[in-house]
Write a protein that binds this ligand. Structure first.
Ligand code: ADP
Length: 368
């Protein structure tokens, strides 16, 4: 018989004598797949090419097949393992067909090593699953933050009304009530801030960060915002110093830039170990720079890039609260303005976040 075609196919081909179960012919691919030379494969019992635990079962399969031999294609979902000479195992798919030659009955088998394919299929499945879970998480975040927004806004309004009533009360309310009110207001603000972070992140994922740029002075914004936050910031023990060389004019979204500053400042005092925090603004007319520097715990080098990602944190939740969204939001806002953010930090010595913003919006730059 001429077997030259069988040398050209990509599968291992084995011809097995039905009566003895021994290999009568093996092609070159079979040599490579099982790690035996062809003369060693010849006359070898076919079960030798299977892991021991499968041999008995295979013999039973073989008897059943021999009783009713027929052409049977690969990939019928039967998981069979091949065994290499070195003991390595691989997942195999096998097609079978009966063959007679020189008055003897044989079975011809094409064997394919599908380990790699199965591995890829499994990774693809895991990847699809992970994507689906992420999508569900994002959808949940979006729905939850929208749902939370309404009662939080109502709570804030009630707080404002209560405060107005307290101010108007002729003899003033007892100190203890005033203290409780102030604490309530702080906590409400904190909840509102967390809900807004979640909302922002959901919006940003959908690419919906609408900027409302206006002509403004970054130095002025920084002085005002730090002034408003000073009391709350300094309650942590950190003194906040502002250094503005002069006006730093540009076209930016005021509320969003304020959000960038607030996030960086809140972090600086949160991780600042009560040491002074310095905010610097400068501009060369083309680019404005805002730097927030603290002398706190610092950030390990391995974490310095990833903390700008969603939900990424470099501290334990037992020691510091937070959702890990602030810096993600900061970077999205800065980049939406055509700017960039840079971090220099030495663990134990402190961190400096530097934001650079083009003074003109990217669109007007294109026109000039
Ligand atoms: P959160 O503060 O809610 O954890 P952020 O996105 O604002 O989220 O910050 C992410 C992480 O980056 C923080 O958990 C912290 O590990 C690290 N980080 C941010 N700012 C500082 C800072 N000034 N000093 C030290 N670590 C910081």
């Amino acid at each position: 018989m001429d077997f030259s075609l069988l040398e050209l196919v990509p599968d291992a081909i084995l011809i097995v004598e039905r009566e003895t179960g021994r290999i009568a012919y093996a092609n070159a691919v079979a040599e490579g797949m099982f790690g035996y030379r062809r003369d060693e494969l010849r006359d070898l019992a076919i079960e030798q090419l299977l892991p021991e635990r499968f041999r008995e079962r295979h013999q039973a399969h073989r008897s059943a097949y021999d009783a009713a031999p027929r052409a049977r294609p690969m990939g019928l979902g039967v998981d069979l393992m091949g065994r290499r000479r070195d003991g390595g195992e691989f997942l195999a798919e096998i097609s079978l067909a009966p063959l007679s030659a020189e008055g003897k009955a044989f079975t011809i088998a094409a064997v394919r090593d599908v380990s790699e394919r199965k591995r890829i299929e499994r990774s693809a499945m895991l990847y699809r699953q992970a994507r689906e879970e992420l999508r569900e998480r994002d959808e949940f975040l979006s729905v939850a933050s929208h749902e939370l927004r309404t009662p939080v806004t109502a709570l804030q309004l009630q707080m404002q009304m209560l405060n107005r009533v307290a101010e108007r009360t002729a003899d003033g309310l007892p100190d203890v009530v005033m203290h409780k009110l102030a604490a309530l207001e702080r906590q409400t603000r904190r909840v509102a801030q967390l809900v807004n972070e979640l909302l922002d992140v959901s919006r940003m994922r959908l690419g919906r960060l609408d900027l409302r740029p206006e002509s403004m002075d970054l130095s002025e914004l920084v002085r005002e915002a730090v002034g408003q936050l000073r009391e709350e910031l300094e309650r942590t023990g950190s003194r906040v110093e502002v250094r503005c060389g002069g006006p730093a004019r540009g076209t930016w979204d005021r509320m969003r830039i304020e959000q960038v500053l607030t996030n960086l400042l809140v972090n600086a005092v949160k991780f600042g170990e009560g040491k002074p925090v310095e905010v610097t603004v400068s501009s060369d007319g083309e680019t404005a720079r805002l730097a927030v520097a603290d002398r706190g715990i610092g950030i390990p080098v391995e974490a310095q890039a990833r903390i700008f990602g969603r939900f990424e944190r470099a501290v334990s939740p037992q020691h510091f609260g937070g959702l890990g969204l602030g810096l993600f939001i900061v970077r999205q806002i800065v980049e939406a303005h055509g700017g960039s953010i840079r971090l220099e930090s030495v663990p134990g010595r402190g961190s400096t976040f530097t934001v650079e913003l083009p003074c003109r919006p990217p669109a007007s730059e294109e026109r000039t």
